[in-house]
Design a protein around this ligand. Structure first.
Ligand code: HEC
Ligand code: HEC
Ligand code: HEC
Length: 290
């Protein structure tokens, strides 16, 4: 009886492993194909640019040069076959992009995440609906007296959507989709840190927040690009939270997106600043976590 069960289990395990390997291979194929299309499109673009450059030059060189231009136009005939293939690939790439664009625009809307994956995305979509200065609720259902203490709210108010922070990579999206379809995830979701969130993109955790696209700007208009800039920004506090006194902390240790932010320093320093709606370390420990 028990041996029979193990056999069935072993068979099931094999099947799962085989499935996972197939999925991984498929993801690689899709990524490779996407890369090919991109390379082809770039080649077409480069060639078009070259042709345009040449045309401009030729025009300015006047009537005599026109003759040369005709000859020049005739000469590349030998290369025509390769060119044709590139054009076909370029058109295919454009069609592919156009077909994808409609889906992509929808995909960029915060509603997409919940429309497809009610569970587990709804609580995250809900945090996006609140406003700074008014009460809200975190992803676990805890009350947040000032929803502006959740980064998802302040960033929404700055015109950003889910994908602005959760920059999607193709492989990651496919994995997420498959995970959702197979139901092979824990709900409520485990909380991620910034290192988890940038893993698929292969960038340092800091770049989730500090990157060229996200120009955090202070009230006086200065751009915040580095940890030094942050340190200077909050220098007014006696217990500057951005001071790397005991080593550098990940931004997400204090700045929370889908629940109230926490000043971690307050675990030991009673004078650590707790902005409106933020929590002390102790309060955060007492949150209801389903
Ligand atoms: C300001 C940037 C930002 C925006 C905008 C944002 N998120 Fe997040 N998200 C984060 C961060 C940071 C985390 C890590 C956990 C945390 O801080 O709450 C996270 C975590 C998550 C997780 C992982 C589970 C967890 O609790 O850690 C999911 C799912 C998620 N976000 C969904 C969404 C959805 C859906 C939207 C849009 C409605 C969205 N996020 C908008 C920054 C953002
Ligand atoms: C130890 C906790 C902690 C860490 C770690 C931390 N911060 Fe902060 N941060 C704070 C506190 C507290 C404030 C003050 C908020 C206020 O006064 O409104 C703040 C303010 C900010 C502000 C200004 C927000 C505003 O609207 O005024 C930005 C931007 C910011 N932090 C970015 C970052 C980034 C990026 C990182 C990571 C490189 C980081 N922080 C790491 C605690 C922290
Ligand atoms: C686990 C407890 C703990 C945490 C959390 C903690 N500190 Fe400290 N901190 C200490 C202790 C103990 C000292 C005094 C001994 C020393 O200098 O190491 C100290 C000293 C300091 C000092 C030197 C001046 C002084 O008050 O003695 C600064 C500045 C400081 N901490 C800032 C911070 C900041 C900013 C954070 C959050 C990013 C933080 N600390 C988090 C325990 C902590």
């Amino acid at each position: 009886m028990s041996t029979k069960k193990t056999k069935v289990e072993a068979a099931a395990e094999d099947a799962v492993a085989e499935g996972a390997a197939a999925v991984e291979a498929a993801v690689k194929d899709v990524e490779a194909a996407a890369q090919d299309v991109e390379v082809a499109a770039k080649e077409v673009a480069a060639e078009a640019a070259e042709t345009a450059d040449a045309a401009i030059k030729e025009t300015t060189e006047g009537a005599v040069a026109a003759k040369v231009a005709v000859e020049g136009a005739a000469a590349p005939k030998k290369k025509k076959k390769g060119k044709k293939l590139l054009v076909v690939l370029g058109v295919l790439a454009l069609a592919f992009i156009a077909a994808g664009a409609g889906f992509w625009i929808w995909h960029e809307q915060p509603s997409f995440c919940s429309a497809i994956c009610h569970t587990p995305m709804d609580p995250y979509g809900r945090t996006y609906e609140f406003s700074s200065g008014a009460p809200g609720e975190d992803k676990w259902g805890n009350e947040v007296p000032d929803a502006g203490a959740m980064m998802v709210v302040t960033h929404k108010e700055a015109g950003e959507d889910c994908m602005a922070c959760h920059v999607p990579s193709l492989g990651e999206q496919i994995t997420e989709g498959l995970t959702w379809i197979t139901g092979n995830y824990e709900y409520p979701l485990n909380e991620r840190n910034l290192k988890n969130l940038v893993e698929a993109r292969g960038i340092p955790a800091d770049e989730f927040c500090l990157n060229d696209r996200c120009h955090h700007v202070t009230a006086d208009g200065a751009a915040l690009q580095t940890r030094d800039d942050l340190f200077a920004m909050t220098d007014e506090y006696t217990r500057n939270p951005h001071k790397p006194q005991h080593g550098e902390n990940e931004c997400g240790l204090c700045h929370k997106a889908h629940r109230a932010s926490v000043n971690y320093c307050s675990q030991c320093h009673g004078d650590a600043p707790i902005p409106d709606g933020w929590l002390t370390h102790m309060q955060a420990q007492k949150l209801d976590r389903p």
